[in-house]
Design a protein around this ligand. Structure first.
Ligand SMILES: Cc1cc2nc3c(=O)[nH]c(=O)nc-3n(C[C@H](O)[C@H](O)[C@H](O)COP(=O)(O)O)c2cc1C
Length: 261
């Protein structure tokens, strides 16, 4: 699938085919896409544990339920538990110097091994590493980037995916041997969609001018309508929901899975 179509087709899928396993190869592709996400200090912020629902003990499945809706937990055959490893700053100076060696960070932009050792690490990055709030702030963004790649890669593999609150992480900590430095972030559900990939149409979004600005915060971004049309052709912008048959689609799926209509 082309990039723009992947972005346009991604949406949260909540009806999965519980009977169709996800190929391990596809999961590897998703993890690799995630591993390619941009990250400051070239650090390993995100950690993910892939588990097949069928391998989880009944009491763990029960503990993962929460006051939010949980039918998608019952349907998704694969769970990816996302964590932030708060140890990510460790080795930061060495990783940056590796980038200097690889001519990624270059003298043209002020980089050198001495700059890392004598200024950047002790004056900027070490103080961040020693500040728990800063570690959390930076880390959650980086894990978010890793998850975003994983969500898009799932679409590219013809799979559905949805993020879900990661409830009761203490109940899986021992089961998965999770190190103390890992903080639970989100649970990603993965599987073949039982609903159409279009899932009733593209989600409502406010126009660009609501959220994006040019030059100053009081000058909304003005769309070039030709560009907007080209994005429709490339399927980044798709038909908005709800499709006329969406209500019936949901009703029939709910009936099949024994869920409330
Ligand atoms: C960080 C994050 C957490 C989310 N948590 C949940 C959740 O717990 N339960 C759920 O049904 N959907 C969850 N969602 C999905 C959103 O509700 C979803 O973004 C919304 O339905 C429409 O956007 P989308 O279909 O384009 O993803 C989450 C999404 C994000 C990005």
């Amino acid at each position: 699938m082309e990039f723009k179509e992947v972005v346009g087709t991604r949406r949260s899928i909540r009806f999965f085919k519980p009977w169709q396993p996800v190929e391990r190869q596809k999961i590897q592709k998703i993890l690799e896409a995630s591993n390619r996400s941009s990250r400051s200090m070239n650090a390993d912020y995100a950690k993910a544990i892939v588990v097949r629902r069928q391998d989880l003990p009944e009491e763990t499945l029960e503990a993962l339920r929460n006051p939010t809706t949980t039918a998608d937990l019952d349907l998704a055959p694969v769970y990816i538990f996302w964590y932030l490893d708060t140890n990510y700053p460790q080795g930061g100076a060495d990783r940056l110097k590796e980038l200097v060696e690889n001519h990624v960070l270059t003298p043209s932009h002020g980089w050198s091994k001495a700059y890392v050792d004598e200024f950047l690490w002790p004056q900027v990055l070490k103080p961040i590493a020693d500040n728990q709030m800063a570690v959390m702030f930076m880390g959650t963004i980086e894990v978010g980037q890793a998850i975003a790649n994983a969500l898009l890669a799932a679409v590219d593999e013809g799979l559905g995916s949805c993020l879900h609150a990661f409830t009761a992480p203490d109940k899986v900590k021992d089961l998965f041997h999770v190190p103390d430095s890992w903080i639970p972030i989100w649970l990603q559900l993965l599987g073949y969609p039982a609903e159409e990939m279009a899932a009733g149409g593209q989600r409502p979004r406010r126009p660009l001018s609501n959220n994006y600005f040019e030059g100053s915060a009081d000058t909304p971004w003005e769309e070039d309508l030709e560009v907007t049309e080209s994005l429709k052709k490339d399927k980044l912008i798709q038909d908005p929901g709800p499709f006329p048959h969406r209500e019936m689609e949901v009703k029939m799926l709910s009936r099949m899975f024994g869920l409330p209509e």
